[in-house]
Design a protein around this ligand. Structure first.
Ligand code: CUA
Length: 331
C-alpha cells in the first residue's frame, strides 16, 4: 500500500541530537525538567566515575594478604551532603514537573475547541465551524499563535494522540472525554502518532498537523466548510480513499469488508439469510450503524465480520451522499 509507505516515511522535524524540534508553547513544560535531569545525570556520572577509577587504581591490592591501612566508618559532612543534595535536587524536579503538568493539563480559557474522534485506524477532527476532517494520513490545519484544545474520545478501543514536536500526548478512551492543548509557535507540518497499541494498523495510524497563518487558516476553514457539502463522485472518491479503503476495496478484491465494486443497486444476502437491495438507504445505514445489517458474502471470510465502527458523527450526510455518488461509478 503506497499510502502506508508514504505515511511511514513521514519525518519528525529534529533539533539537535536528542529532541524533535519544539514548536509549541507547551514544549518547555516537558523539556526544561528533561534537560535539568539530563545535565545532573551527566555531571554526577563524571563525579562518580572519575574518582571511582582513580580510587580503584590508587587503592588496589598490591600484594597478596595486604591489610587495610585504615578503617574510616563515619563522616558526618559526607553523609549529610549525600542526603541533603539529592533531596534538594528532587524537590526542584518535583516543583518543575508539577508546574509543567498543571500547565499542560489546563487549557487556556480562550482556546479554540476541536472535537477529536479516534477509531481503528484514523483520526477525525470536528472544527468549531462545524465541518470534519479525517481519515488515514489526514492533514489537520491549525492557526499559528493560538491555543487549540482537543476534546477527544474513541469509538472503539484505546488510542493515544501524540505530537512529538509539541510534546503533548494523551490517551483517547472510549466512553469518556480527555483533553489536550497546544499553541503552535512555528509554521510547518508536524506528524501525529498513535501511541497506544490499538490493533493491526496501529503503526499506520498517522496524520499531520499543518500550522498556517491566521489568515490562511480562516480561508482554509471557509473553503473546507463549503466543500464538505459538495455531493459528487470525485468528493466521494477522496472520502473513500481516506476512510474506507483500509477495509473495502474498490476493484472487487477481498478485504475485511465487502468491495465497493458493483455494490450499488445489487441484491445483497445478509448473514441472517434475508435479502436486501444495496440502495442509498441501506448504504447510509451501513455507514452510520454497520451492525444493523451484516452482509453474508463478499468478504475474505463469510459471513462478513461485524468489525466496522459506526461513522455516525464522523461523516456528515452530504459526505455520505458523495460516497454513494462515487459508489455508483464503481460498476
Ligand atoms: Cu490507535 Cu494505536
Amino acid at each position: 500500500m503506497d499510502k502506508d509507505l508514504e505515511l511511514q516515511s513521514m519525518v519528525i522535524p529534529q533539533e539537535g541530537f536528542w529532541m524533535p524540534k519544539g514548536t509549541s508553547v507547551t514544549v518547555p513544560a516537558v523539556d526544561d525538567p528533561w534537560w535539568l535531569i539530563y545535565w545532573v545525570c551527566v555531571i554526577t556520572f563524571f563525579l562518580i566515575i572519575i574518582p571511582m577509577a582513580y580510587f580503584a587504581v590508587k587503592y588496589r591490592r598490591k600484594a597478596v594478604g595486604q591489610r587495610a591501612e585504615s578503617q574510616v566508618d563515619h563522616n558526618q559532612l559526607l553523609e549529610l551532603s549525600w542526603s541533603v543534595l539529592p533531596l534538594v535536587f528532587f524537590a526542584i524536579v518535583f516543583v518543575m514537573g508539577f508546574r509543567g503538568f498543571l500547565f499542560l493539563y489546563v487549557p487556556p480559557a480562550n482556546a479554540t475547541e476541536v472535537r477529536v474522534t479516534a477509531q481503528k485506524w484514523f483520526w477525525t477532527w470536528t472544527y468549531p465551524e462545524g465541518f470534519s476532517v479525517g481519515g488515514k494520513g489526514a492533514e489537520f490545519v491549525v492557526p499559528i499563535g493560538e491555543p487549540v484544545k482537543l476534546v477527544m474520545t474513541s469509538t472503539d478501543v484505546l488510542h493515544s494522540l501524540f505530537v512529538p514536536n509539541f510534546r503533548v500526548k494523551q490517551d483517547v478512551v472510549p466512553g469518556r472525554y480527555t483533553t489536550l492543548w497546544f499553541q503552535a509557535t512555528e509554521l510547518g507540518t508536524f506528524p501525529i502518532l498513535c501511541t497506544e497499541y490499538c490493533g493491526t494498523d496501529h503503526s499506520n495510524m498517522l496524520a499531520k498537523i499543518k500550522v498556517v497563518s491566521k489568515e490562511e487558516y480562516a480561508a482554509w476553514a471557509k473553503k473546507t466548510a463549503d466543500s464538505g457539502a459538495t455531493v459528487d463522485a470525485p468528493t466521494g472518491e477522496k472520502l473513500v480513499n481516506q476512510y474506507c479503503t483500509a477495509c473495502h476495496s474498490v476493484d472487487g478484491s477481498m478485504r475485511v469488508g465487502p468491495s465497493f465494486k458493483g455494490l450499488y443497486g445489487r441484491e445483497e444476502e445478509l448473514a441472517d439469510g434475508s435479502k436486501i437491495v444495496a440502495n442509498d438507504a441501506y448504504i447510509m445505514e451501513s455507514i452510520y450503524t454497520p451492525a444493523k445489517a451484516i452482509a453474508k458474502n463478499g468478504c475474505a471470510v463469510a459471513p462478513c465480520p461485524n468489525a466496522m465502527t459506526p461513522f455516525q458523527g464522523v461523516l456528515s450526510d452530504p459526505q455520505v451522499r458523495a460516497i454513494i455518488e462515487y459508489m455508483k461509478t464503481l460498476k
